[in-house]
Design a binder for this molecule. Structure first.
Ligand code: EPZ
Length: 418
């Protein structure tokens, strides 16, 4: 079984280029089902999750060619299947993002319920509510969902929660629906803006992405296009925290600063220095670290996908810090692992209180989700001795070449096969 070993490392120094955003690449790959002409994608990160959605697309009849590292050519002309394989859905719940495009393109789709995962039950009620509002009939038994429609007709849809996936699935379904669709209380994440930009290049008419009201005017047909995936703001944030926690000096390249506001603000509050420059951000850590409070919220609030990494940083901040997790109901699984390394953390429902600064020590720990895995690497860099991280398949789902990138900054990190 593969493990990652991290030993106490010197302050991390240097520059690192961020890969394309996983959470933009996945919906954009799903959206390629909507057209019958060639789609060219650049900066697609080479991750486990991307491999899985490619497997899903190929199982539906899409043709996908790798044109060198991070570049793909996709053609969905010969789409011949509308059933998502149970095994694949189980491997990655984001496979559920093919439902909207399949409904729009083929008028039917069937799939198993996407599994929950460690961070929460991950319901899909808002996705299904959107499909039904557009005219789809939904039949389900204990584990299979079938959605079908003669045609999709534009509708006004209110999302009870600004769900990222539901917003994406409904936008994709509505691109070729008859008439106009309005999504109210839509999610505003940058990855949704990237999806909308991609769809509009295909000839869709999606307006308002990035705001809470999105308007989609149905069109007859979508064409091919080329698109470069936006940078991964969560990977960028992870390396910015690495500079702060290790008193280092890291320049993160291929970044869109406007996507990083909450992360930049909280790093500055903790005492780090942040210098923004075009598509680069430099973070200089400092010895005097001050306690901070974060509260995860839908974008543009503090991202839940950065909560674990900041919890690791909080163990090194003087005083009492708090992290309140409002997006997922069970996203503190990494706390027990950090406590095994000597962190002083108390959880009260959605609020984790972190009392720092703690002298962390190496331990055998396990990654409980992909961001928790990254947090354990960050903690291992400053902990005395050796930290052995198992279940690292979580990390490989969301970080491309993670050890190489950390090693290039001076981290003492290696992957072993035990
Ligand atoms: C996306 O997941 C991301 N994944 C997650 O990133 C991210 O943490 C999450 O958005 C929040 O930003 C991808 O984009 C592939 P949601 P998603 O639907 O779409 C509730 C990572 O680390 N909800 O916005 O599944 C749900 O229970 C991953 O890269 C419903 O109630 O997130 C949760 O509490 C982890 N009903 C909240 O919304 C629904 O139908 C947020 O979920 C859908 C969601």
């Amino acid at each position: 079984m593969e493990k990652i070993i991290v030993k106490k490392s010197p302050a991390l120094v240097g520059s690192v280029r961020v890969s394309g955003a996983k959470n933009a690449a996945l919906p954009i790959l799903a959206a390629s089902i909507l057209g019958t002409e060639d789609i060219f994608l650049e900066d697609v990160p080479e991750l486990k999750d991307v491999e899985i959605i490619i497997e899903v697309l190929e199982s539906l009849g899409c043709k996908i060619e790798k044109l060198g590292k991070n570049n793909l050519k996709i053609n969905s002309k010969n789409l011949n299947n509308t059933e998502t394989d149970y095994q694949l859905m189980n491997k990655m719940r984001a496979s559920f993002l093919v439902m909207g495009p399949l409904l729009a393109r083929m008028g039917e789709t069937s799939t198993s319920f996407p599994g929950g995962c460690n961070i929460g039950s991950r319901p899909i009620d808002l996705h299904l509510k959107g499909f039904e509002a557009l005219g789809a009939k939904i039949d389900m038994n204990e584990d299979v969902i079938v959605a079908s429609c003669d045609e999709l007709v534009g509708a006004n849809i209110y999302l009870d929660f600004p769900s990222v996936g539901a917003t994406e699935n409904i936008i994709m379904a509505a691109t070729t629906a008859k008439g106009e669709t309005i999504i109210d209380n839509a999610a505003k994440e940058p990855e949704i803006v990237d999806l909308a930009n991609f769809l509009n290049k295909m000839g869709a008419k999606v307006m308002g992405a990035g705001t809470s009201t999105i308007q989609i005017k149905g069109v007859e047909k979508l064409r091919g296009c080329s698109h470069q995936i936006i940078p991964d703001r969560i990977e960028a944030g992870t390396f910015m925290v690495a500079a702060a926690i290790s008193d280092g000096d890291i320049e993160v390249e291929n970044v869109i600063s406007s996507h990083m506001r909450p992360i930049i603000a909280k790093l500055i509050e903790s005492g780090a220095k942040v210098i923004e420059d075009d598509d680069k951000i430099r973070v200089i850590g400092c010895k005097e670290k001050k306690a901070i409070n974060i509260k995860t919220l839908p974008y543009p609030g503090f991202p839940t996908d950065m909560q674990a990494q900041f919890l690791a940083l909080m163990t090194q901040l003087e005083g009492e810090s708090h992290a309140i997790e409002t997006v997922f109901e069970n996203r503190f699984m990494h706390v027990n692992e950090l406590k095994r390394m000597g962190a002083n953390i108390e959880i009260d429902d959605r609020d984790a209180a972190v009392f720092g600064a703690s002298k962390l020590h190496g331990a055998e720990v396990r990654a409980t989700d992909l961001r928790a895995g990254a947090a354990l690497i960050l903690a291992g860099i400053v902990a005395e001795g050796e930290t052995i991280i198992s279940d690292i398949y979580h990390i490989d789902r969301g970080y491309e070449d993670i050890e190489e990138k950390f090693r290039s900054l001076g981290a003492n990190i290696e992957r072993i096969n035990l």
